[in-house]
Design a binder for this molecule. Structure first.
Ligand SMILES: Nc1ncnc2c1ncn2[C@@H]1O[C@H](COP(=O)(O)OP(=O)(O)OP(=O)(O)O)[C@@H](O)[C@H]1O
Length: 272
């Protein structure tokens, strides 16, 4: 695992700063006065219960939704993310949950889909070399770049989707539930990959419901609740603190269950 002491957030200003971002869908307030900062070389986890506003916030940053009010600064300058292509051009890449990969095409084709090295004369060799180099830099475990996506595991697919967004040289990468539905080994692979991305100096925003994954990889945990900021935590925060902030209550079924489990552990019992 990366050394947080030497690879923590940069000391300069944030790459991305949101101030009082609100988003209404008709009468529904999906986001209200959200503040968020992301620095270079920092992993920020965005957590919250269903409907907390995580996806809406990611979509605002991806240029899919326009905020109703508030300010977005990118590298110190106010910006308006009017479309997904504008957000991408600026350096904000998003890997949505569906990954948007073409099952029947191989890894190289998927990596360069839409941004082939030489659009008028597809340079297969250059693309293959670039693909291998990038995947090697990311220490990705892909058996062959000529393997069709259909034959890859969930973790490997996530790797290809992340690698594809890195080809555009973004400054911020947003990952929506990157470990959802992955097994233990594949999850570890994806978390390692996120650390490699952080080491490249990118700011990473990760949405996750899995507190274990969040704690393993995040430098900061930002909690949203009912569309509002509801606390910022270090990865050392206890499950109890996080759950209380996520659910808005210190006493509830989830926290009671966690306490019961930890009591059993302290008595040396099983957690099953
Ligand atoms: N296009 C839309 N039109 C109307 N309401 C919306 C729209 N998108 C989101 N919402 C509402 O905004 C609120 C926040 O939803 P959002 O999907 O951002 O939450 P979330 O934290 O991502 O939840 P989940 O973990 O379930 O994905 C919810 O009340 C949702 O119903």
């Amino acid at each position: 695992m990366a050394n947080r002491q030497t690879e923590g957030p940069a000391t300069g200003g944030p790459i991305l700063r949101l101030t009082k971002i609100s988003k209404n869908f008709g009468a529904v307030s999906a986001l209200t006065d959200i503040d968020l900062e992301v620095h270079a070389g920092e992993v920020v986890a965005l957590v919250g219960d269903n409907g907390a506003g995580k996806s809406t916030l990611i979509k605002v940053l991806a240029g899919v939704h326009q905020p109703t009010s508030g300010q977005i600064e990118f590298c110190g300058k106010p910006v308006s993310l009017d479309s997904p292509s504008l957000a991408l051009e600026l350096g904000i890449a998003t890997v949505f949950q569906d990954l948007a990969l073409c099952e029947n095409l191989d890894v190289v084709a998927n990596l360069f889909l839409g941004h082939e090295v030489s659009p008028w004369n597809l340079d297969e060799v250059a693309m293959e070399v670039r693909a291998w180099t990038l995947l090697k830099e990311l220490a990705a475990r892909i058996p062959s770049v000529r393997e069709p996506i259909a034959s890859l595991s969930g973790g490997q697919r996530q790797t290809v989707a992340i690698a594809r967004s890195l080809l555009l040289d973004p400054k911020i990468i947003m990952l929506d539930e990157p470990t959802a539905a992955l097994g233990v080994a594949q999850t570890a692979e994806v978390l390692n990959l996120i650390e490699r991305v952080r080491e490249r100096g990118l700011g990473v925003i990760i949405i996750s419901h899995n507190m274990e994954d969040v704690r393993a990889v995040a430098d900061r945990i930002v909690v949203l609740r009912l569309g509002r900021n509801n606390g910022v935590f270090s990865p050392d925060a206890s499950n109890h603190e996080l759950v209380a902030s996520i659910t808005g209550a210190t006493e509830n079924a989830v926290s009671r269950r966690i306490e019961r489990k930890s009591d059993v552990n302290h008595r040396g019992g099983s957690t099953a």
